[in-house]
Design a binder for this molecule. Structure first.
Ligand code: URA
Length: 238
């Protein structure tokens, strides 16, 4: 038996303090009955409903943030025996990546066994902000930047407006470093956006995903998300 507010927080719905608020304001039901008393104890077999969402309290959800290195595939298994993002994380749970990064792309990727959150985050309507830094061939001109910002046609469809900035141009090597903030998650989107303006992506890193960044994580390292971080992700896809 666990205290209701702790169970709600541990399931990643929100912080413990916010869970207490939700309980006190009558937004939480246990087995169909509103429960306003803090500290009410619940069992794993109880059905907990918060703001009309039923929480699966039998399951121990896990949420990881990995700094994906190059040459690792973003899937659960690989028929060619290549290393996967799941291989890098030590857990007994059946976790899987939330979306994909290409084999040669590095940076932030989430893994979880919470299918509900994963599906919502991956849904095209989720509008999650992703920040990439791309090293590309040649000088990316002001006109190129404007085209990327306004949207370019890839696979027959224009990309949504993006925030794009040239961070650096190295004259010696004739390479540009470009930062892009996009909300879509189309297949090979960043590479195809540059292809549309005739620049080849040589290196690609995802530096931010929603409220999360890579602070303190070297390539190959990972950490668990905090309850608060999970709650923020939920709030972004509600
Ligand atoms: N866009 C790409 O082209 N590749 C990735 O891995 C991620 C975004």
């Amino acid at each position: 038996m666990e205290r209701l507010q702790k169970v709600i927080a541990n399931l990643g719905y929100t912080s413990r303090r916010k869970a207490e608020e939700l309980i006190q304001t009558g937004k939480v039901k246990v087995n169909g009955e509103i429960v306003k008393e803090l500290g009410t104890k619940v069992k794993t077999s109880d059905t907990i409903e918060v703001e009309n969402t039923i929480l699966d309290n039998c399951k121990n959800y896990e949420y990881y943030l990995l700094n994906k290195p190059r040459e690792v595939i973003s899937s659960v298994s690989d028929e060619h025996g290549r290393k996967t993002v799941v291989d890098l994380i030590q857990t007994k749970e059946r976790i899987y990546p939330v979306g994909r990064l290409d084999y040669d792309t590095t940076g932030i990727i989430l893994l979880t066994n919470d299918g509900c959150l994963a599906n919502k985050l991956m849904h095209p309507s989720s509008n999650i902000e992703k920040k990439y830094i791309a090293k590309v061939n040649g000088l990316v001109s002001g006109y190129d930047i404007k085209r990327l910002r306004d949207g370019v046609v890839i696979d027959g469809k224009k990309t949504s407006k993006a925030k794009v900035n040239l961070k650096k141009y190295d004259k010696k090597t004739d390479k540009s470093l470009v930062e892009l903030i996009i909300h879509e998650g189309r297949n090979h989107q960043v590479k195809k956006m540059f292809e549309a303006i005739n620049h080849e992506v040589l290196k690609l890193k995802r530096e931010k995903y929603a409220n999360l960044d890579l602070t303190g994580l070297k390539p190959g390292e990972y950490r668990k998300l905090t309850n608060k971080e999970v709650a923020i992700l939920y709030s972004l896809v509600k």
